[in-house]
Design a binder for this molecule. Structure first.
Ligand code: NAD
Ligand code: DAU
Length: 343
């Protein structure tokens, strides 16, 4: 059976990819995750008993742990691919302190690349972001050829990782592919990001803190479409290439906030304009023609999946209350030992 090592699979996007792959294809998924504050094995409850899913706790920046994990999986058929979702992912946290971001996003990526290269892994997918391109003016789209101009410490570490990936392809011919997607949304997203924070705040009767004038724009992608894109790149992508993943669904933060309140039937008086995020990128918008040529396109309709997502948070109150209160940390700390960064 095909074996894929997924890192960071206990987070939002990695867990969606694992659920999708385990449920739809004959593939064995091994999930290597450090379980930082953002890693929650509860996200994978639906597959944890599946014989094709295995969890290993470990840090991608820990050379010994990574080498041991890869060696133990090498077996007869070996590992077909590594998909690196593991990262510190929240821009606001990177502004508070960048160390964990450099550790995981930069060193972690290099350690993983090196171990995978030595083992002769035949595909390495680096999950990157539109933020590496920096902010865009009111018009136009960014292609894969555009220069990297990251503005937050988070984005800078993701750009650094992309460049290390590029060097592994150019120098060693190691088969790396980079994907850069726009803002994902959907179930199991940590309630520090805009949509889950605002939905759960509104459900709690709290205000929704909108940064600056609320007119920064983001392009929204339903997480399951992202998982399908990664599957497509795994199967059809060309080594050394970069693929943007996007939808064309561009909204200002104010528009998306109002849309959330409409779905929840809550009053706009919950919106509270607060001090802007330092270095706040105004707009991201990607040209994804290259991925379209591989046969991928978004299937989700934005309004419908936003409604589904809001409904999921309404139904999953136990999940998000345990996350917001920190209860989930205590349980998994007892099971797996001390947490890593940012507990
Ligand atoms: P997340 O914060 O929800 O999850 C990150 C996961 O990585 C967690 O399970 C965490 O425990 C794990 N992790 C962190 N450090 C680790 C380490 N050193 N070793 C092993 N595991 C570690 O993140 P997400 O939103 O699911 O994002 C996943 C990836 O996609 C990231 O690389 C991010 O940069 C990228 N991305 C995210 C978005 C988005 O909208 N969320 C968009 C584009 C790209
Ligand atoms: O664009 C892809 C990126 O999307 C990913 O690389 C990141 O990992 C992911 O966190 C996300 O980054 P953003 O900074 O765009 O996402 P966030 O949800 O933090 O913010 C979305 C927008 O909403 C942004 O313009 C800031 C604004 N915002 C966010 C929060 C948390 C607010 O106005 N108020 C808030 O409380």
């Amino acid at each position: 059976m095909r074996k894929i090592l997924v890192t960071g699979g206990c987070g939002f996007m990695g867990s969606d990819f694992i659920r999708y792959m385990v449920e739809t294809s004959q593939v064995m998924i091994v999930n290597l995750d450090k379980l930082t504050y953002a890693g929650n094995p509860e996200n994978l409850k639906s597959v944890e008993q599946n014989p094709n899913y295995h969890f290993i706790r470990g840090d991608i920046a820990d050379q010994t742990a990574v080498n041991e994990t890869l060696a133990s999986l090498a077996g007869q058929a070996g590992i077909e691919a590594v998909v690196n979702f593991a990262a510190e992912s929240h821009v606001d946290r990177s502004i508070m302190g960048a160390e964990a971001f450099v550790h995981t996003n930069v060193l972690g990526t290099q350690v993983l690349l090196e171990a995978a290269r030595k083992l002769g892994v035949s595909r390495f997918i680096q999950i990157s972001t539109d933020e590496v391109y920096g902010t865009l003016g009111p018009e136009g789209k960014i292609s894969e050829e555009s220069p990297l101009r990251p503005n937050s410490p988070y984005a800078a570490t993701k750009a650094a990782a992309d460049l290390i990936c590029r060097s592994y392809f150019k120098t060693y011919g190691f088969p790396v592919i980079i994907t850069r997607s726009t803002n994902n949304f959907g179930p199991y997203q940590f309630p520090e990001k805009l949509i889950p924070l605002f939905v759960t705040n509104a459900l709690e009767g709290k205000t929704l803190p909108l940064y600056g004038d609320g007119l920064n724009m983001r392009e929204w992608l339903f997480v399951r479409d992202h998982s399908r894109a990664i599957e497509r790149v795994l199967e059809k992508g060309t080594s050394g290439e970069i693929y943007n993943i996007a939808t064309g669904t561009e909204l200002t933060n104010l528009e998306i906030t109002k849309a959330i309140l409409r779905v929840l039937e809550r009053d706009e008086s919950l919106i509270e304009f607060v001090k802007d995020r330092p270095g706040h990128d105004r707009r991201y918008a990607l040209d994804w023609a290259k991925l379209r040529r591989l046969g991928w396109g978004p299937q989700a309709k934005f309004e419908e999946t936003l409604r589904q997502t809001v409904a999921w948070y309404k139904e999953s109150e136990t999940w998000w209350r345990r996350v917001k209160s920190g209860e989930y940390l205590k349980y998994y700390q007892a099971q797996y030992g001390k947490r890593g960064f940012n507990p």
